[in-house]
Design a protein around this ligand. Structure first.
Ligand SMILES: [Zn+2]
Length: 313
């Protein structure tokens, strides 16, 4: 049987004793080997994936917030050597939504520690929304989905616009996740729907619900299809630019938010001076994210979101 350290909430997908991982592997914390071994026992076992109710916290996460809260998991750009890539955790009532899933996701969540709130892990996220297909925004999704299907069996929901969902599987994840082979050579085909409940976002501007949250998205000016977001709960609204060139119409769409996280960076992104030129009324509710490593956080003319920050709106 596996040690509790690998399955922190006792959330094992197989409750019937079909364990194939040795004590030795568990003792070494060899999660990758465990995933592979467990996969043999769990093909198509949908019942196994529903043994843990979504409202339960596998890692003992305390009662969830009743406000709209935003925790900053990562603030960096695609090239950062200082930060985690931009990533946010939005919570309200019994809903916890991760915005983007960057590489090293488990470590990024762990490194939040208790800064700004309780410690969380891969099993404490109910819903994931991917803004676009660049690797710094979705490179941790394979880790998340493998963990949830083969290690703890906790099914999550996955949200994105249809173009992103299609590319997510066909251009990004399929190579490593579509056909998995057992040690005996048996091959098992899987689809994205086998890993998560896949929920395409509706048309731009149309509101939709993710648990206690009400969302709407809007296309940004970026290399590939990308979704900016407005998220509200009760009277509170949070706005997120995602990756974008400077776009006054996007800022106007986001400007009603109580908190607006806006990207800034070099190249085709939003130049800092364009944001500095905005009205005070917008700038005072704005924080920067996705900024380059050389950005002067302490001396920034617009306040920066920092990893570990928590904003309760
Ligand atoms: Zn991007």
């Amino acid at each position: 049987m596996l040690g509790a350290s690998l399955f922190p909430g006792g959330g094992r997908a197989d409750g019937d004793g079909k364990e194939t991982v040795t004590e030795d592997a568990a003792a070494k914390g060899n999660a990758a080997a465990s995933v592979l071994a467990r996969s043999v026992e769990n093909w198509g076992d949908d019942d196994a994936r529903s043994v843990i109710p979504m409202e339960a916290s596998a890692t003992g996460y305390p009662p969830r917030t009743m406000t709209l809260s935003v925790r900053v998991v990562g603030v960096g750009d695609a090239f950062t050597a200082r930060y985690y890539n931009a990533c946010l955790l939005v919570e309200s009532a019994d809903t916890r939504l991760l915005i983007d899933a960057p590489p090293a996701l488990a470590r990024a969540l762990r490194d939040l520690g208790d800064r700004g709130g309780p410690v969380i892990g891969l099993d404490d996220v109910d819903h994931v929304l991917i803004t676009h297909l660049h690797g710094d925004h979705m490179g941790g999704l394979e880790q998340f989905l493998f963990w949830r299907r083969f290690v703890t069996g906790r099914r999550a929901t996955l949200h994105a616009i249809p173009e992103v969902l299609a590319g997510l599987w066909d251009a990004r994840l399929r190579g490593g996740m579509e056909v998995l082979m057992d040690a005996d050579g048996a091959r098992h085909p899987l689809t994205l729907a086998d890993y998560a409940e896949v929920l395409p976002m509706p048309a731009a501007g149309e509101e939709f619900r993710v648990g206690a949250l009400t969302l709407a998205w809007r296309p940004t000016v970026h290399h590939i299809p990308t979704s900016a977001l407005r998220i509200r709960a009760g009277a509170a609204t949070f706005g997120y630019s995602a990756d974008t060139a400077f776009d006054p119409s996007l800022i106007a769409w986001l400007a009603s938010a109580d908190l607006l996280l806006h990207e800034t960076n070099h190249g085709t992104h939003t130049p800092l001076d364009r944001l500095v030129g905005l009205d005070d009324s917008v700038r005072e509710r704005m924080k920067l994210i996705h900024y380059p490593d050389d950005h002067d956080v302490a001396g920034s003319p617009i306040r920066c979101a920092c990893e570990g920050d928590r904003y309760d709106l």
